[in-house]
Design a protein around this ligand. Structure first.
Ligand SMILES: Cc1cc2nc3c(=O)[nH]c(=O)nc-3n(C[C@H](O)[C@H](O)[C@H](O)COP(=O)(O)OP(=O)(O)OC[C@H]3O[C@@H](n4cnc5c(N)ncnc54)[C@H](O)[C@@H]3O)c2cc1C
Length: 324
């Protein structure tokens, strides 16, 4: 069976990886050159199923828990950082920490000196924190580029205008491009920025809770930090607004004043594709498997969805009449 994957964001590349691992002949169709431009390009790369449970269904935790191992197996050693997640809140918002703790599991409380031991740059800044030791993070851009290069090295063709009719089956991973066409799919705008400073060093994602402007900062190494992200009910992929930029920068400054002197090296906007329950779907119709609705969990849930796609493709169902 020959399978065409449409879309080289994280959903498409993970599905491609899982299919190639099972010996399926595939090609990947992607109109954008490289991997830039997709929602996946702007992601934080946090593999944080316990933290995400604060606002997500239990399925995000149960399906996301295997993501760290999957990415470690798929990427070169050292690409996945198993350093956990730190959650802090300004003293006046300590109620936010307690609310977060009530809605999650898999953490321990840290006192001020333990925060300082874990992240010396934050010494003296927060009285208490939550630490989720099993969580991890990766650099999404490296992960996407590596997956693509690996697939190309194994002979998988990539192209912008591959003829779908040459294939027995299509796996549609086109994300927000399906808004307006896939029933119930909507966009959730996420604005983010990259700061560079040598004045702050962090070893793991730090989330700072706030009733209106929550912030996370993900260290990329060499003084680079990804700061995110807004959650706006809109599929507008246009540039970051002045308000969002000010709010994210204010929050970064509240986390550590040295961010005031940081260089703003990039801003960006990604549109997260989401269904009403914010859970992803893998659906099969005729000759097309559709994977969509990864919302804010593309890197966390693509591994589980990719394995689901691979099971559908190499399992019995498709051979019994779905393929072209
Ligand atoms: C600011 C931000 C931060 C985030 N942080 C995290 C995080 O820390 N952890 C996490 O797990 N998730 C995170 N996410 C969510 C994650 O990025 C998304 O869930 C994920 O990128 C969705 O992946 P996708 O492959 O479905 O879509 P996309 O990444 O948008 O990829 C779709 C691809 O399909 C291509 N395409 C479109 N039309 C066609 C067509 N007709 N034919 C072929 N190809 C087509 C597009 O060019 C694109 O490359 C974040 C998202 C944002 C915006």
């Amino acid at each position: 069976m020959r399978v065409l994957i449409k879309g080289a964001g994280v959903a498409g590349l993970a599905a491609a990886h899982a299919l190639v691992a099972r010996g399926v002949e595939i090609a990947v169709s992607e109109p954008s050159p490289g991997v830039a431009g997709a929602a996946s390009w702007y992601a934080g790369g946090m593999l944080a199923p316990w933290c995400e449970r604060e606002s997500a269904e239990e399925a995000v935790l149960t399906r996301g828990i295997g993501a760290v191992d999957w990415w470690e197996a798929a990427l070169p050693a050292g690409s996945v950082h198993r350093d956990g997640t730190l959650i802090v809140a300004p003293p006046r918002d300590s109620g936010e920490l307690r609310r977060f703790a009530l809605r999650t599991s898999g953490f321990r409380w840290l006192a001020a000196e333990e925060i300082a031991a874990l992240e010396p740059a934050l010494a003296g800044r927060f009285r208490e924190a939550l630490f989720f030791p099993e969580e991890a993070h990766l650099d999404p851009r490296n992960a996407l580029s590596t997956l693509r290069a690996d697939l190309e090295a194994r002979g998988v063709p990539f192209g912008g205008d591959i003829d779908e009719s040459d294939f027995d089956l299509t796996v549609d991973c086109t994300g927000a491009a399906r808004i307006g066409d896939a029933a119930g799919l909507r966009g959730v705008r996420g604005e983010m920025l990259y700061l560079h400073t040598d004045e702050v060093a962090l070893s793991r994602p730090v989330r700072m809770l706030h009733p209106r402007i929550p912030l996370y900062i993900v260290p990329r190494g060499d003084g680079l930090f990804m700061c995110g992200a807004t959650m706006i009910e809109s599929d507008d992929a246009g540039p970051i607004t002045a308000r969002s930029l000010m709010e994210l920068l204010n929050a970064a400054y509240a986390l550590h004043p040295a961010f005031a002197e940081a260089r703003l090296v990039e801003t960006g906007t990604g549109v997260r594709p989401a269904f009403a329950d914010n859970l992803p779907r893998v659906s099969l119709q005729k000759n097309t498997i559709t994977v969509n609705g990864l919302y804010r969990h593309g890197f966390l849930l693509s591994p589980a969805l990719a394995e689901e796609v691979a099971t559908l493709v190499v399992g019995g169902q498709l051979k019994r009449g779905h393929a072209r």
